[in-house]
Design a binder for this molecule. Sequence first.
Ligand SMILES: NC(=O)c1ccc[n+]([C@@H]2O[C@H](COP(=O)([O-])OP(=O)(O)OC[C@H]3O[C@@H](n4cnc5c(N)ncnc54)[C@H](O)[C@@H]3O)[C@@H](O)[C@H]2O)c1
Length: 243
Amino acid sequence: MESLKDRTAVVTGGASGIGRAARGVAKAGSKAITVETDVTKLASVQSLADRAFGEFGRVHVLCNNAGVAVHGSLDSASHRDWEWVLGVNLWGVIHGIEAFVPRMIVQKEPGHIVNTASMAGLIASQGLGVYNTSKYAVVGLSETLQKDLRPHNIGVSVLCPMGVSTNIRTSERNRPVDLQNPSGPEANDWFQLIGRYLTPEEVAGRVLRAVKANRLYVITHEEAREPLRRRFERMDRAFEESS
Ligand SMILES: NC(=O)c1ccc[n+]([C@@H]2O[C@H](COP(=O)([O-])OP(=O)(O)OC[C@H]3O[C@@H](n4cnc5c(N)ncnc54)[C@H](O)[C@@H]3O)[C@@H](O)[C@H]2O)c1
């Protein structure tokens, strides 16, 4: 999609952080909708789609951005941690695809889906296992979605940042009461994959450029290059080691 002029964009999780900045970028050239729809509920995301298509007739860009994070080792993760994080980070993206993509295909116009994953979707870190699981899934989903939607002229980008100055560290504020741990939230001394902190506006600008150029990966932090290269080298070595 070369330009967002006169296009309609929908951004989930637009009240804060990267979503708020993305809404700002989208608004500059297009009609942008962001409402605090609970993405864990398919019916809520479907009503968001009804509203967007009803109001504007078309939706060209969907940013599945809403997300939350928890810290803690996998052996101590509670079932509620899993339900909450996968509910928002993975099911939220799935619901966006279910509610919007079939209608975007039918409208037969160029479109684009942006899924917010993380560098934690490409590199695993101790203490981030639940979050890693959700974000690896979003990367895999996005890679396949790109192939599936290419014939329909709908591009896909997956955003994989490290540190961005947002409210992600206080994700617990978004946790529903019924998914809270009886022992309360874990201490917040985490985030190994930080690197430099970028502003949400800088990240949103990079996403916009990726949408216009129809690029799949939006990898914002140069600091990730070395650990990512080491991961691929370990995989490469495994061919000999496993023979
Ligand atoms: N900030 C970082 O360092 C960083 C790094 C990598 C990836 N990310 C990802 O970026 C995305 C945006 O997060 P952010 O950093 O702007 O954090 P943030 O906490 O500032 O914003 C998160 C947004 O998601 C919304 N949200 C949470 N639960 C929701 C739900 N059930 N339904 C709908 N909306 C919900 C919040 O209301 C908020 O608007 C997330 O997917 C996050 O995992 C952030």
